[in-house]
Design a protein around this ligand. Structure first.
Ligand SMILES: [Zn+2]
Length: 480
């Protein structure tokens, strides 16, 4: 239904744009809303309606294929999430076995996933063509609200990541290998930061939610009220169940000004990350929605939205002792290291998609070659210990964003650079950092990317030097 509704939206927006009251609209709601409406006129058309329905069906097919895939691991039925949990075991054999089962399971469904992706790429290229765009990349940048920067700017950002962040991550991995006492860090060692185990949150789902509630009451008055609202109205679906869709997200129930959080708790520290990351999104929605006259002004573009969520993860550090007890410092170290180590991976996912849509006729094998090549550049430490499917570049297909949310991934890297700026600011002046963050949440999606960065006094990640300046502030915490 959603493509049909989008068309109706577009028609309504056309009426506003051509109305004699247009200037009044701009005065009341700001220029950005009208700019969005103008660009929307180019992004949808009756001619692509069936294609969008088909795209949505393919997305569901992908979700189903990955959610229902399971295997027997040590006598227990495991989906991908379950296997990832075994990959954090302190027993290296168990980790290795789990990675093998995980890679095998992807290999088993890779034929289906490749075929779904082939159809998606063809369909998406066709959609862009029918709308009169030169390429899908051109279309998707506008579709994601990227008005302030182009694919060329993203290339410059990726270069900063290669030059500044990759070498630091290599050093983090070397130290990790030393801590674990292994000669060579394999992929199945990467998730384990400490030889005696990663910090695990203490307590079940209900306890964790209670602890989060306590934390949000201490962080600020606003966050306390927000979390009470979430808890009182049961706006969570947190626990994993067989056949449940993978991943986690926060969405917005229009008309109730209510955020809603979905996730797959698995007993690891990722559960706490849901209660900080997704709650960061939810806090923004809760804060901005009542003040925004129309729903489309609530969510900003994703480079900003992920600042809300990722910064909340960092703001929550002082309360991690409630969740992890005496392992709180370990958690914070691993979290910070992960924040950095994921950036080159995100950038690789982004470059992969650019490469795919620059040459949409690529075969599945060629796509795997591209991923393998990118791993060598961005993840030079990566080693799958001889697993043939993963070694030849099969790893890309475990990234659901590539299938479901094309080109949505660089946003995380751009946002993390800003979240780290908030982290650095909070170390010096927590009050100011929180005030800047809260101002950003209040502004919702009422302005464009660069304007919102300015509003929160954040350095623009595309400017040469920002990445280095930002990351330099972390080094004292990462290498003590
Ligand atoms: Zn997020």
């Amino acid at each position: 239904m959603s493509p049909k509704l989008e068309l109706l939206d577009q028609q309504a927006e056309k009426i506003i744009l051509e109305s004699p009251y247009r200037d009044q609209w701009e005065a009341d709601y700001g220029a950005f809303v009208l700019k969005n409406m103008e660009i929307n006129q180019k992004l949808s058309d009756e001619a692509i309606l069936q294609d969008l329905v088909k795209e949505s069906e393919l997305c569901q097919k992908y979700s189903k294929a990955s959610a229902t895939a399971s295997t027997i691991f040590r006598g227990e039925e495991c989906n991908f999430y379950g296997l990832l949990k075994h990959m954090q075991s302190t027993d290296r054999d168990e980790r290795k076995e789990a990675m093998k089962a995980w890679g095998d399971l992807y290999e088993k469904i890779s034929g289906d996933l490749d075929s779904i992706y082939d159809q998606m790429v063809e369909l998406r290229v066709g959609i862009a063509k029918k709308l009169g765009f030169g390429s899908y990349i051109e279309f998707v940048y506008l579709n994601r609200g990227r008005y302030d920067y182009t694919a060329k700017d993203v290339e410059v950002f990726r270069k900063q990541v290669r030059d500044v962040i990759v070498p630091i991550c290599s050093k983090i991995r070397q130290e990790q290998a030393k801590r674990l006492g292994v000669d060579k860090l394999h992929y199945y060692d990467e998730p384990l930061y400490f030889a005696d185990g990663n910090p695990m949150p203490q307590g079940n789902k209900d306890t964790l939610v209670k602890k989060a509630q306590h934390m949000y009451h201490e962080i600020s008055k606003e966050t306390g009220e927000f979390f009470d609202f979430m808890a009182d109205h049961e706006l969570f679906d947190l626990e994993t169940k067989p056949g449940k869709r993978q991943g986690g997200y926060c969405t917005f129930i229009e008309g109730y000004n209510a955020p809603f959080i979905f996730s797959n708790f698995n007993g690891t520290s990722a559960d706490v990350d849901v209660l900080t990351h997704e709650a960061g999104h939810a806090f923004e929605v809760y804060t901005a929605a009542p003040a925004m006259p129309i729903p489309s002004m609530v969510f900003p573009t994703m480079e900003i939205a992920e600042i809300h969520s990722m910064s909340m993860e960092h703001f929550a550090y002082p309360w991690m002792k409630d969740f992890f007890g005496e392992k709180a410092d370990d958690y914070c170290y691993a979290h910070l290291a992960e924040a950095l180590v994921k950036i080159p991976y995100m950038v690789a996912v982004d470059e992969f998609q650019h490469r795919v849509f620059e040459k949409p006729a690529m075969t599945a094998k060629e796509r795997r070659n591209v991923w393998h090549e990118l791993e060598k550049i961005y993840l030079p430490w990566r080693d799958y210990d001889g697993h043939p499917f993963l070694e030849e570049g099969g790893f890309w297909m475990q990234k659901q964003h590539i299938f479901l949310f094309p080109f949505y991934y660089i946003d995380y890297a751009l946002a993390q650079i800003c979240a780290i700026q908030f982290y650095g600011r909070a170390k010096k002046d927590r009050k100011k950092a929180w005030a800047d963050y809260y101002r950003l949440c209040q502004a919702g999606g009422s302005k464009g990317y660069f304007d919102l960065l300015k509003l929160a006094e954040l350095d623009n990640p595309f400017h040469e030097g920002t990445v280095k300046k930002t990351v330099d502030g972390l080094l004292e915490d990462l290498f003590k």
